[in-house]
Design a protein around this ligand. Structure first.
Ligand code: ZN
Length: 194
């Protein structure tokens, strides 16, 4: 049975080598963040290494996510959506202040991911760039970046297989700019062990 990632909240989990993780968008149009560390905390997800070995900004079925020590961490084995971002840093308190002038506390993926990783006894600082699943970023020929609403429809999911033992944190992104202007909604996940 899928478990809930609360709207604007996070969850942490451990994956054994070979287990698969399905991430589901129950309502559609909601993006989220995924960060992975090796179980001992010595390797972290690397978008740069992933671009080195995959040669594409748009990762989907068959593509792997690599660590900063050049080992495969996760491979996408199914993908209903086919559009995710791996460029943007997780939204943070500072980002909401600098970009949107928010002065009070604002829920953010950086804090969600760090808190969940600490519960797994992983020191998250410095937090790597997250795999921003369902986040839809268009890259213009001039290099300009533009947000578009996520392409995920209600019930869409993607599945990653763990290529090593991992600590994983997930966050339902509260940034409305990444979610077609809508308020944050919950996501869901399930670990497939067979
Ligand atoms: Zn976010």
């Amino acid at each position: 049975m899928p478990q809930v990632i609360p709207a604007a909240g996070g969850v942490g989990l451990r994956l054994r080598h070979g287990e698969r993780l399905r991430i589901i968008d129950p309502q559609g149009g909601q993006s989220g963040d995924l960060v992975a560390f090796s179980q001992d905390g010595r390797q972290r997800l690397s978008n740069g290494r992933t671009f080195d070995y995959g040669g594409t900004l748009y990762l989907s079925k068959g593509d792997s996510l690599w660590s900063d020590r050049s080992e495969r961490m996760l491979t996408i084995v199914a993908d209903d959506v086919g559009r995710h971002d791996f460029l943007y840093a997780p939204c943070s308190l500072e980002m909401y202040r600098i970009q949107y002038g928010v002065t009070d506390y604002h829920p953010n993926c950086h804090d969600n991911l760090c808190a969940e990783l600490r519960k797994l006894r992983i020191e998250p600082d410095p937090l790597p760039t997250a795999f921003n699943f369902f986040m839809n970023v268009d890259i213009g020929a001039d290099g300009k970046l533009a947000f578009a609403p996520p392409r995920s429809r209600a019930g869409d999911s993607f599945v990653v297989r763990a290529e090593m033992d991992l600590a994983v944190a997930l966050s339902s992104c509260p940034a409305s700019t990444c979610n077609g202007g809508a308020p944050p909604r919950p996501l869901a996940f399930e670990i497939l062990r067979e």
